[in-house]
Ligand binder design. Structure first.
Ligand code: ATP
Length: 327
């Protein structure tokens, strides 16, 4: 393993995701295992620019594995988007002797680090941490499993009240432009219909699914809507159905940031632990400007350029299954 790297900086950036703490813990302990010093950079690129940097030890990451959020805090920094901001960040890292970086975050954070690498050549590895599961080069991102379980739990509860009151619920879940959380929480929650940005379902097609309820007296149903839906969010769709028919008693639930919090599932803890260790080992083996991910249950390193130009497509088979099961 390389002996040139001596001090590794780790930070979380962009939207927080459950399991980020488990990844921080893994990076810190793996670094120490390989006799490297490790520093936590607070509040992502904002803290990097301001020099808000703390030395971490194996014990400073005790009892965080099971906690949601991120002990290093997260932020979005406009200044880091400028060459001047990145120069300030580099000067701060130099001051602390940090000679390699590990970022835990989403594609925006990776883009920032890629520019930084091109300008200053600091070896860097990204760990995908976002509930959206929208990053190519990994089958799963840290936080996605927990967020989807949270959505399923909510759908189960909503179904109880939907049935009791014969109501039609539109439940909006997160995921930005990705339908991963929606499709899988919809399948697991037995949704009557699932609206995702990757599908081409029109409002008329959705209405055609709900309309037979008028004839069969099936008033209660749950429709899961991804926030990136191209035919409108849960509120829009509820309004459109109301305009079309007064038959349904319609309610809307937008799950929102609830999906970003909470204790990570076993899956996210294990994923974060594996990716954290692999990121450190990758750096020490000379990897740079790459993202570590898990593909077909194996650790893989994907060059950032490939990550940036790709998309993490929905499994068409999942969509087909959802349609068969929602009749
Ligand atoms: P999530 O997917 O959860 O939103 P993210 O990492 O994609 O996470 P962003 O807000 O897109 O979140 O990016 C995080 C930070 O990365 C930004 O606030 C900014 O500081 C930095 N960043 C993003 N894009 C660039 C860019 N093109 N150049 C420099 N820095 C960037």
């Amino acid at each position: 393993m390389s002996t040139t790297i001596t001090k590794i900086g780790v930070f979380t950036s962009g939207g927080d995701a459950p399991g980020m703490n488990a990844a921080i813990r893994a990076v810190v302990r793996a670094s120490i295992y390989y006799k490297k010093e490790v520093f936590g950079i607070m509040r992502g690129y904002e803290g990097m620019i301001e020099g808000d940097i703390v030395k971490l030890g194996a014990r400073s990451v005790g009892n965080i594995l099971q906690r949601g959020g991120t002990i290093l805090k997260s932020a979005r920094s406009q200044e880091f988007r400028t060459p001047e901001g990145r120069k300030k960040a580099f000067d701060q890292l130099k001051k602390h002797g940090i000679d390699a970086l590990i970022a835990i975050g989403g594609d925006g954070s990776f883009t920032g680090l890629h520019h930084f690498f091109n300008e200053y050549g600091l070896p860097s590895v990204c760990i995908p941490g976002t509930i959206d599961n929208d990053i190519p080069g990994t089958d799963y991102t840290i936080g996605y499993d927990t967020a989807t379980n949270t959505a399923v739990e909510a759908i189960d509860k909503i179904r109880d009240t939907a049935l009791s009151h014969n109501r039609l619920f539109f439940v909006e879940v997160m995921g930005r432009n990705s339908g991963y959380i929606a499709i899988n929480s919809g399948i697991a929650g037995g949704a009557g219909a699932i609206i995702i940005p990757e599908d081409h379902m029109t409002f008329e097609e959705l209405y055609a699914i709900l309309k037979p309820g008028e004839e069969t007296a099936k008033k209660s149903n749950v429709v899961v809507v991804a926030e990136g839906s191209k035919i409108g969010g849960a509120l829009d769709l509820a309004r459109k159905v109301t305009e079309r028919s007064s038959y349904f008693d319609i309610k809307v639930t937008i799950l929102g940031h609830l999906q970003r919090g909470g204790s990570p599932t076993y899956f996210d803890r294990v994923l974060a632990s594996k990716l954290g260790v692999a990121a450190v080992e990758g750096l020490l083996n000379g990897k740079q400007d790459v993202m570590v991910g898990i593909l077909d249950n194996k650790i893989s390193f994907t060059p950032f350029e490939t990550v940036r130009s790709g998309i993490h497509a929905i499994n068409e088979e999942d969509l087909r299954i959802a349609k068969i099961l929602s009749i």
